[in-house]
Write a protein that binds this ligand. Structure first.
Ligand SMILES: [Zn+2]
Length: 92
């Protein structure tokens, strides 16, 4: 079941797990029991461990922490693509 992010006005955000068909628009805050509205977040969906989730996490990570490379990709190393049609594309 995915995690949903709720936000309490006094205590801040917290996560609770619901099935996608039963998730309410608001729940009680576990700390102060005040009604807390559901927010929008993708954090719960990324914890599924699937290949797509790992790809999304890796893409998100490279946006803030780009990997350091020693040479441009595709020059001197493994080819970027093996599709023969890509050889016809213009080179920079
Ligand atoms: Zn609260």
């Amino acid at each position: 079941m995915p995690l949903y992010r709720f936000s309490c006005v006094d205590c801040g955000g917290f996560d609770q797990s619901f099935s996608m068909s039963t998730v309410p628009a608001a729940v009680e805050c576990p700390a102060c029991e005040a009604p807390s509205r559901r927010g929008f977040a993708v954090a719960g969906l990324l914890n599924t461990g699937s290949q797509a989730a790992r790809l999304i996490e890796a893409t998100t990570r490279t946006a803030s922490e780009p990997a350091v490379v020693g040479a441009p990709i595709g020059r001197g190393g493994a080819p970027v693509t093996r599709n023969p049609l890509h050889r016809k594309l213009p080179r920079p």
